[in-house]
Ligand binder design. Sequence first.
Ligand code: 1CP
Length: 333
Amino acid sequence: MKPLNKILINNDTSFNPIWIMRQAGRYLPEFRKIRKENPNFINLCLNENLSSEITLQPIRRFNLDAAIIFSDILMLPYGLGQKVEFVKDFGPKLGELNLNYIDKVSEIDFVQKIDPVYKAIQKVSSDPILNNKNTIGFIGAPWTLLVYMINQQSPKRNLKKGFFEDKILINRILLIIEKFLKVHIKNQVDSGANIIQIFDSWAGLLEEKDLPNYIYTPTLNLVNYVKSLNIPVICFPREIKNYKKFCEIIRPDAISIDYNVDPKEIVKTIKIPVQGGMNPKILLSDKETLKKEASKYLDIFKDHPYIFNLGHGVLPETDPNMFEYLVNTVKNY
Ligand code: 1CP
């Protein structure tokens, strides 16, 4: 059985597998080299030779238990024909959302447009280096994708005035997103992804009263869809106020927690396997602090099925030696 499945399916508490969000990325010099030669990020995701190579870079260096495919949640709007670019020192920049256009996109056109992502998953998952490791496919949750598609840029820059006003428009787009996310999940699984993670990076923007419509219902539909394919699903509803309630409603196979939540509270209140939590900034400190903090999480979850990860992506300024020290600390715990 693959290492993460021992936690997700068997609820094993005797060991802690490790993978790290954004493990394929800018903190690695070998990634920066490829990135420099490929200034167009979308084209890089659509180059199956390079994207599969980038996916495997951290696996070659470190004793990680899973690879996460090098792609982006914004490949979904791209596949629907919305313009998506990544501007240096700015972040994602999306074109105007044309509802009449995306309403008419066929599944075949969508799959054709992002087909290299699936080819990369095939390459990665069939590589012998991943024999005893998981291949993680992923999607953005409908809410988080909606935020980027309507806002046309990161909400951390600003949120468009009147964002929540057109409820009918929002609900129509959510349905289209959900339909194509199912297609995207199915194709990733058919290509060799054996876990799906759902990133809801902007779940924390919503008030409690809006969660059923924008988060619970669409996420539940997708979680149930992944389960129907017999594949475990991990949810990361970043900065949601009530993780316990989320788990009770959505029932994913594991919940990934952000670094603002108290792990001691989580271990008391949540029954399902847990992933992540440690602040990525700890990797910017020293080895002693890093070991102390990582051990804190491992101690708290010692009798609970737990996958080690961070509370958000690894920071670009992280020293790969510190990353290696973290992996070894978890492995030798
Ligand atoms: O070199 C660069 O500038 C590219 C930086 C980068 C990378 C490495 C982006 C742009 N995307 C990725 C890859 C990526 N994105 C992965 C695969 C690799 C891995 O994890 O190792 C994954 C799973 C994502 C998921 C993703 N993209 C999320 C969800 C997780 C999270 O970070 O909250 C989000 C919100 C995005 C959008 C996105 N893509 C890239 C950036 C800089 C952003 C965030 C923009 C913002 O702050 O709003």
